[in-house]
Design a protein around this ligand. Structure first.
Ligand SMILES: Nc1ncnc2c1ncn2[C@@H]1O[C@H](COP(=O)(O)OP(=O)(O)OP(=O)(O)O)[C@@H](O)[C@H]1O
Ligand SMILES: [Mg+2]
Length: 467
């Protein structure tokens, strides 16, 4: 963060300084934490009330670890400066708003924000790789994309930052508006509207409305980067005053791709911009990541970065992120694709397509699948669809893990004319036992489920990797 006085922080977050604190004291450029275990010398600790615990209970640990300012919703019996606010999360966002505004005034900061049902973290990582080569870049750790994670990321900017990349997730209407209004991006990206977390949204139209908040409020001098291939995203173009740049596989897009070839080595494609054609070889596995690469290239281009430079940067990335389409070589000539960080119907379908694309003609494709969570009333239907897709793709062996995912197994079994076979097991241990028995050299094994199903460690275990 930038250097501010305690009084400036109190004013920015609308809080009250307690106990005769000397508001003039300036805090050095410090970190802001909401997890007391991560507090460091001179840091600011925001005590937040979470679903499972209350940060106020850990303020003393934060102080032990070096925190010198506490922001809390009630005065605490602690001997450091405190600012009392009505709501900790709102205060955190207000501080992020003030810090980003000040850095913008002082310098050259450009803000890019990314949303969409799938691919946000991957695109964010791609953007980070492109932008880091151009100037100082701040981007979130992992998938920090909510009301707390996004402002924590934003607070990382300093006067020498050139780019800030923010991942914005949505569980409902208003979520993106809230995050977006904190920074008001120069470039707002919408990747796709899919079925991820559909249980919370209710239907795809509501999901589309929630994601469209990324562009509806953008000012005219900004750029909206939209996926032309996704009808619901394309339809957002008339809803923004910003300049629209489309990306996609459709040649009507400003930046588009064709000649896509997916293999175990990655994905090759031709990138088209105006009359230029740039051949690109991504090492990241899965054809679906071409869309994310196009989004990142288009967003960077909106800030004046030539597409060739972006393409070269993207070619240096070897995986999307740990546990996302991660290619692991297991002992005995077995290949594991570990994509069990999370799952939605779209990402599971994309992963299965990649599995059959990368397996050689002599070798077997094996899918180990667990539940796709957060589907609400769509759960049975969507698991069923995955089961039928597996048959259509002719995946040769299917292991379905856990009762919640049983519809995948049932649907595959009911779909006739399939040479493959399906096994339903109760838990990860049983799945491991079956795999140990069954796997042989040359097999390519996809492991995919929602995080809650716990399959990612299974993927690592088969591959002999420690998590
Ligand atoms: N365009 C796409 N179509 C389908 N699946 C995709 C696409 N892009 C990424 N995925 C898959 O979606 C999964 C999640 O990817 P990623 O972590 O980048 O998404 P995210 O939007 O950040 O997810 P979260 O909502 O959990 O933060 C991975 O399995 C990835 O391979
Ligand atoms: Mg993410």
């Amino acid at each position: 963060m930038i250097e501010l006085s305690i009084a400036e922080i109190a004013a920015a977050i609308g809080g009250e300084l307690v106990d005769g604190t000397d508001g003039k004291r300036r805090l050095p450029p410090v970190a802001v934490q909401t997890d007391s275990r991560l507090s460091t010398a001179g840091s600011i600790f925001f005590a937040l009330r979470g679903e499972t615990t209350d940060g106020h209970l850990f303020a003393h640990t934060a102080v032990e670890n070096g925190a010198t300012l506490i922001v809390a919703e009630r005065a605490l019996d602690i001997d450091v400066a405190q600012i009392i606010v009505n709501d900790g999360v709102t205060a955190l966002q207000a501080l992020a708003r003030a810090v980003v505004a000040r850095v913008r005034e002082n310098g050259q900061l450009k803000v890019l924000a990314v949303t969409g049902s799938n691919g946000k973290t991957t695109t964010k990582n791609m953007l980070r790789t492109i932008l880091e080569r151009e100037g100082e870049t701040v981007a979130p750790k992992g998938s920090f994309n909510n009301d707390v994670g996004a402002p924590i990321t934003m607070l990382g900017v300093t006067n020498s930052s050139k780019y800030l990349v923010v991942e914005m997730g949505a569980d409902g209407i208003g979520d993106i508006t809230r995050l977006q209004s904190i920074v008001m991006p120069d470039v707002g990206i919408v990747l796709m509207v899919g079925l991820a977390h559909i249980g919370k949204f209710g239907d795809a139209a509501t999901t589309a409305l929630a994601k469209s908040e990324m562009v509806t409020a953008l000012p005219p001098q900004s750029t909206a980067v939209l996926n032309y291939d996704d009808g619901r995203v394309r339809a957002m173009a008339p809803q923004t005053e910003a300049t629209v740049n489309f990306f996609g596989l459709d040649s009507h897009s400003d930046v588009w791709a064709d000649e896509i070839e997916a293999s175990a080595r990655g994905t090759a494609f031709d990138l088209h911009v105006a009359d230029e054609v740039v051949p690109v070889q991504l090492r990241i596995l899965g054809e679906h990541h071409v869309t994310n690469a196009l989004a990142a290239i288009t967003a960077a281009r909106a800030l004046g970065i030539p597409v060739q430079r972006s393409a070269v940067a993207l070619e240096s990335i070897d995986r999307a992120e740990r546990w996302r389409m991660e290619l692991l070589e297991a002992p005995g000539g077995i290949t594991v694709i570990n994509d069990a960080y999370n799952a939605s119907p779209d990402s599971m379908a994309a992963a299965l397509k990649t599995l059959v694309q990368v397996v050689g003609p002599e070798n077997r494709s094996v899918a180990v699948l667990g539940e796709i969570a957060e589907l609400g009333e769509y759960a049975n239907e969507e698991h069923d669809r995955i089961g039928r897709l597996i048959v259509r793709l002719n995946v040769q062996k299917l292991i379905v893990v856990g009762h919640a995912a049983r519809h995948i197994h049932n649907a595959a079994g009911l779909e006739g004319s399939w040479d493959g076979e399906s096994v339903l097991v109760d838990n990860v241990e049983e799945a491991y036992a079956v795999l140990r028995e069954e796997l042989r050299g040359g097999d390519v094994v996809l492991v995919k489920s929602s995080n809650s199903a716990g399959l990612r460690h299974l993927g690592d275990r088969i591959a002999g990797v420690t998590s």
